[in-house]
Design a binder for this molecule. Sequence first.
Ligand SMILES: NC(=O)c1ccc[n+]([C@@H]2O[C@H](COP(=O)([O-])OP(=O)(O)OC[C@H]3O[C@@H](n4cnc5c(N)ncnc54)[C@H](O)[C@@H]3O)[C@@H](O)[C@H]2O)c1
Length: 364
Amino acid sequence: MTTKIFNVAIVGCGIGRSHMTQGYLNNEDRFRVVAVCDLDPVRLDAVADEFGIARRTTRFDDLLAMDDLDVIDICTPPAIHYGQIMASLAAGKHVICEKPLVGTLREIDAVMAAEKVAGKLLMPIFQYRYGNSVQKAKAIIDAGIAGRPYVGTAETYWQRLPEYYAVPWRGKWATELGGVLMTHAIHLHDMLSYLMSPPAAIFGRIATRVHDIEVEDCASATLELQSGALASLTATLGAREEISRLHLAFENVTFESSHGPYNPGEDPWRIVPRDAETAARIDALLDGWTPVPPRFAGQVRDFYDALTGEAPLPVTTADARAALELIAGFYHSHRTRQEVRFPIDTGHPTYEGWIPVPQPTSNA
Ligand SMILES: NC(=O)c1ccc[n+]([C@@H]2O[C@H](COP(=O)([O-])OP(=O)(O)OC[C@H]3O[C@@H](n4cnc5c(N)ncnc54)[C@H](O)[C@@H]3O)[C@@H](O)[C@H]2O)c1
């Protein structure tokens, strides 16, 4: 039985509204959203009225001064995250933050240091890790039943229409920090790392072929993973049929995810064992399986267990760092036409950022 209920403020009423409907309303015995914040007063009032939240503000700093607030849930555009995370930790708040966590590897290292000083928890959002099938696959792999990983593919075939880019922060390096890799495929690429191990090296190519935007909307790469497995990534925002698909070949089991673009962790996955003995081991492991809530419902529930000390954080800043490292390496490989090996640390050309620097035009 849960007892302590944590008070939450949501900042940013776009995807922040989904954190409310999927995350907090499914965990009402664990969290209470007591405040909302958005620069846009119309959007703020609409969400606050819909969920009957009395405390509403257009000034983020007001949240920092609320003594009864335990958690600040940051759902603002990407380039805003770093400042709001650092201020929240300094004010003694626990933090949840949307992807991408921050805009450079230097910033994420500063966030990791601030987390330690504050002694508070920071959970980056990677809600695609939640859902029954992805968690069953994780359990089979972690139990050693799947055996050695061989190869994997991650396909993010999504569609965005021109109207999507009417929102001013989207499509621009300075405010979106990247394109399909940063904003969309980041989820499936995190799932691949989660199930098969993080990347050790990448050859990547990007292109802007679908929209009239600064950032990439198509990408493809070949990876060597830390486990020794090989993987390929493909992503576009120009697909006529939207799917997300992971296809993972291990020694004893092949997994193919469901194709729902925004919930590929949910049933049904194809889980194909090599023989009857492997099938029996999987059946025994999954006998009496407790369903895992999908997306934000599952991740927010597990955050509670971390706050109360019953379980480790389900997604960590290190996971968010790995996701950003992959993207930094992707861009650097494309620009240099070279393989990039991980980790990316101080001294690497992308450690301070990956936003292209405009070249001065020559009059000569
Ligand atoms: N996990 C997911 O599946 C998922 C889905 C969509 C978006 N996102 C991420 O969530 C973040 C927000 O995306 P969105 O689509 O909701 O964007 P959005 O533009 O629809 O909403 C962002 C809101 O933040 C508000 N805002 C901006 N600056 C602010 C500030 N300084 N203080 C308070 N409010 C401020 C804006 O007024 C706006 O209402 C992005 O980082 C995006 O990548 C994640």
